[in-house]
Write a protein that binds this ligand. Structure first.
Ligand code: ZN
Length: 459
């Protein structure tokens, strides 16, 4: 039994004090008891919140963060409609992705996962499409690249939901792929083999889960999607990130991407629609009613100029959402939550958007949405501090300059909206301390391998 004592902890029914958290040898919480003395327990004197799930990652893109900002040359802009956008960024990504070896992918993922842990993410959903060798030939073990991400998650000590991505086409419903997409491509037989290899590799591992990820309506056929939709766990798909994607979908099918999915797929609690940026009010209401989760990636969406999520209509229908870091220009839950709220403020010329009369603190509301939405689509027992869930805890240092003098919901508001430093002091994943005094326990070793990989990748 591992024991933690929290001076103050956010439980499912609100803040509690002097909370004793007991985890078993496997890292699952067995008891949570407020009003207890610390005794032999490890003392956590700050504010304890549940570890935050990150619901959308392409780990390899961490190596590109900051490298794709300069203005594209005229020919590249002309080829993509005359502006720098998601589509010119994607051209840069296709050139870069060619270079990754399995060792590079593992080193970059481990660095990303250690960084995410230091900011308070304790699990990550890896939407993984970099399957094959640069010429498109599968590796001797077809799931090689996926298993490298699993290995990276084990090195860093973060929970992982592996989402092997099904990617067959290069544009909406049947357009042939371009050479830059070769490493991503599978038919259904090849895809199921990768899925089964991952399933075998994570069997019995309570730190790992499995979902499916048809990449987008650009990358699969309706028949493929129908087959994938029979899966009983989480199903993640990119949808409605870009206006051009919406226009292409309308031209090909007569429907917008979310509209098409609502009409043709059994959307329910299993589904996570990544981005869902461009929805009509009718789409937002229907998506909310389906029980699916909108997987928001606000810092990436801002970086790529995608657009602003239509929060008011979605919130009015009690839509569920969570946060991912996608391209990893940000790696913290704080930045994603703040970007959602501040984008809404800019769009609607108002403050305190993610609030209502009964729940006036946006920090608390954003965090609880992230916990519930992220847990729902992660296929793992996470998202709170309660018996039966993984013992994933984040200690926010109440003595950090950003949080001084604050408690409970006011402290959460300051964590999200006061950008000074990083007040995350301790991070526990599956009952094990992986961040102490604000530093990942293997930070130097992981960073050394990352530096070596970056030297190769940028040579
Ligand atoms: Zn993505």
């Amino acid at each position: 039994m591992t024991l933690f004592h929290a001076a103050s902890a956010l439980l499912s029914n609100g803040w509690a004090h002097d909370v004793l958290v007991e985890a078993d040898e496997g890292g699952t919480i067995r008891a949570v008891t407020p009003g207890m003395a610390p005794g032999e327990a490890r003392r956590l004197r700050g504010a304890i919140i549940p570890g935050v799930p990150n619901l959308h990652s392409h780990a390899f893109q961490r190596a590109m963060a900051g490298l794709a900002e300069r203005r594209s040359p005229p020919e590249a802009r002309d080829a993509e409609g005359g502006e720098d956008s998601f589509w010119t960024w994607r051209q840069t990504m296709y050139r870069f992705v060619h270079r990754f070896t399995p060792e590079d992918a593992e080193a970059v993922a481990a660095q990303l996962y250690a960084e995410c842990l230091e900011w308070g993410f304790t699990s990550i959903a890896e939407f993984h499409y970099l399957h094959h060798q640069p010429d498109g030939t599968p590796y001797a073990a077809p799931a090689e690249m996926a298993l490298r991400h699993l290995e990276a998650s084990r090195q860093a000590g973060i929970g992982l939901t592996m989402l092997p991505s099904l990617y067959r086409y290069g544009g909406i419903f049947g357009k042939e792929p371009v050479p830059g997409q070769r490493r991503f491509l599978n038919d259904l037989d090849g895809y199921w083999r990768i899925v089964e290899d991952i399933r075998a590799a994570i069997a019995g591992d309570s730190q790992a889960g499995l979902g499916l990820a048809p990449h987008s309506l650009r990358a699969v056929s309706p028949d493929m999607l129908a087959e994938v939709s029979r899966f009983e766990g989480p199903i993640h798909i990119h949808a409605a990130e870009q206006r051009r994607e919406v226009a292409e979908c309308q031209a090909a099918t007569g429907a917008r991407p979310v509209e098409w999915l609502l009409a043709n797929m059994p959307l329910d609690e299993r589904w996570c629609l990544i981005h869902s940026t461009h929805m009509t009010e009718e789409e937002a209401t229907a998506l909310a009613r389906s029980g699916a989760v909108a997987g928001l990636c606000p810092t990436t969406e801002a970086s790529l100029g995608d657009g602003i999520f239509g929060y008011p209509a979605y919130a009015k229908a009690n839509g569920r959402f969570g946060f991912g870091t996608d391209s990893h220009v940000g790696t913290s839950p704080r930045d994603e939550m703040r970007q959602l709220e501040t984008s809404q403020r800019l769009a609607h010329n108002t403050r305190s958007v993610v609030t209502d009369v009964e729940r006036p603190h946006p920090g608390r509301n954003l965090l609880e949405a992230a916990l519930q939405g992220g847990a729902q689509v992660s296929a793992r027992a996470i998202g709170g501090i309660a018996p039966g869930l993984r013992c994933d805890l984040v200690e926010l240092d109440h003595e950090h300059p950003a949080l001084l003098g604050l408690h409970e919901d006011r402290l959460l508001d300051a964590w999200v909206f006061n950008g000074q430093g990083n007040p995350v002091r301790t991070v526990v994943v599956g009952g094990r301390v992986v961040v102490a005094d604000g530093r990942h326990i293997f930070r130097e070793d992981i960073a050394a391998r990352f530096r070596a990989a970056m030297e190769r990748l940028t040579a």
